[in-house]
Write a protein that binds this ligand. Structure first.
Ligand SMILES: *Cc1c(COP(=O)(O)O)cnc(C)c1O
Length: 401
């Protein structure tokens, strides 16, 4: 018998009743410090007063009208994203995968209308994650997610993340773009060597390729800049954002330079829900907070402090944690023990984390996290590590007997 809710997730047996800031209250009555952050979505935590006010006010006006008409809320949000970034124009979708789907279509269309339709291929990276649609799965090339779903969309060439020589080798006359995450989130908070993005930018300029950044996870302040590319001192041609943009309300965005978007004329792409008044109003309220003077600097500072504290925990528990990774508030702990054990031990201590690739547990707190809450998370993580060590010691004793 199948569950009414399609069982495509291995869920923890835990549900929540409500949330406030960085905290969630479980239906078990326990309070949890939410450093899973809805997988980097809950940028302003739970029940942020400004988001609650924005959504309530807009809900009483108009939710949805369709893209047959002008949507002033979407126009305003697009103007603000343009003002805050490299971009000249924005398409709104409902998820990260859809934002990436638009990015992929846009890059192909750019070359087609430039008289080079053969340049439809893209170089992408091993360990990437771009979403679960057929195109974005093909873009990431993850075998286990593609298995059983028939022929994959053609046109993606995969090379090891961070390997510039391999990128150069993979470029052919049919290559039109490079698709890359500034930090691989789902892949395990993998941070490339300094200079990697810059080198990709130069390569793209050299070869007439578009640089497509997937900032679905790294964007909207997660790394301490509005977009992570700012750390590299470069600009992409196309960028996908989503997760933090709606603070929990589903919205995605594909941002682009005018030149890169030149093929996307009326009728070439669309979305029924994309950019509706409700979604774009909520995202506007998220930007009100994230783009406030000093907010992102505080995220960067808190991230640095957090990372230092995590390094201390790692030194105290070398049998549990092997490595601390990440930037800003996109941090990861590579575990020595199976990462599921670390995630479960943290959860038992009332600290929620999100597992990722390479045996990494991600810590993705809301960007509004206080130093006190970081300290509270440390106490709980410390306790979780101590419990795992106790279990390991007991197992070792059992094996010796
Ligand atoms: C989560 C994620 C996606 C997919 O977003 P969905 O909203 O789940 O479709 C794409 N790219 C990256 C980098 C992500 O982290």
């Amino acid at each position: 018998m199948i569950a009414p809710l399609l069982p495509t997730y291995a869920r923890a047996d835990l549900a929540f009743e409500r949330g406030e800031g960085a905290w969630l209250v479980g239906t078990d009555g326990k309070r949890y410090l939410d450093f899973a952050g809805g997988v980097a979505v809950s940028a302003l935590g739970h029940a942020h007063p400004k988001l609650v006010a924005a959504i309530t006010e807009q809900a009483a006006k108009v939710w949805h009208v369709s893209n047959l008409f002008r949507i002033p809320e979407a126009e305003r949000l697009a103007e603000r994203l343009v003002a805050a970034s490299f971009a000249d124009t924005v398409f709104f979708a409902n998820s990260g995968a859809e934002a990436m789907e638009c990015a992929i279509k846009m890059a192909r269309k750019y070359h087609a209308v430039s008289g080079k339709p053969e340049k439809y291929r893209m170089v992408a990276f091993e360990g990437a994650f771009h979403g679960r649609t057929l195109a974005t799965l093909a873009a990431a090339g993850i075998q286990k997610y593609l298995e059983g779903f028939g022929p994959r969309l053609e046109g993606f060439d995969h090379v090891p993340y961070g390997d510039l020589a391999a990128v150069k080798k993979a470029i052919t006359p049919e290559t039109g773009a490079i698709i890359v995450e500034p930090i691989q989130g789902e892949g395990g908070v993998r941070v490339p060597q300094a200079g990697f993005l810059k080198a990709l930018r130069e390569l793209c300029d050299d070869k007439g390729l578009l640089l497509v950044l997937d900032e679905v996870q790294t964007g909207i302040g997660r790394t301490g800049k509005f977009f992570a590319y700012e750390w590299a001192g470069i600009e992409p041609d196309i960028l996908a954002a989503a997760k933090g943009l709606g603070g929990g309300f589903p919205i995605g965005a594909c941002l682009a330079k005018a030149e890169a978007a030149k093929g996307m004329t009326a009728g070439t792409h669309g979305s029924t829900f994309g950019g509706n008044p409700l979604a774009t109003t909520v995202a506007g309220a998220v930007l009100d907070v994230v783009l406030e003077k000093g907010f992102l600097d505080r995220v960067a500072r808190t991230g640095l402090l957090f990372k230092q504290r995590l390094a201390e925990i790692k030194d105290r528990h070398p049998a549990v944690i092997a490595e601390v990774r990440g930037e800003g508030l996109l941090l990861g702990l590579r575990a020595v023990v199976p990462v599921g054990d670390l995630v479960a031990a943290c959860r038992a201590e009332g600290l929620l984390t999100a597992p990722a690739g390479e045996n990494v547990a991600r810590l993705l707190p809301p960007l509004i996290i206080s130093e006190t809450e970081v300290g509270e998370a440390m106490t709980r993580l410390d306790a979780a590590c101590a419990k795992i060590e106790a279990t390991l010691a007991a197992q070792a004793r059992g094996a010796a007997e």
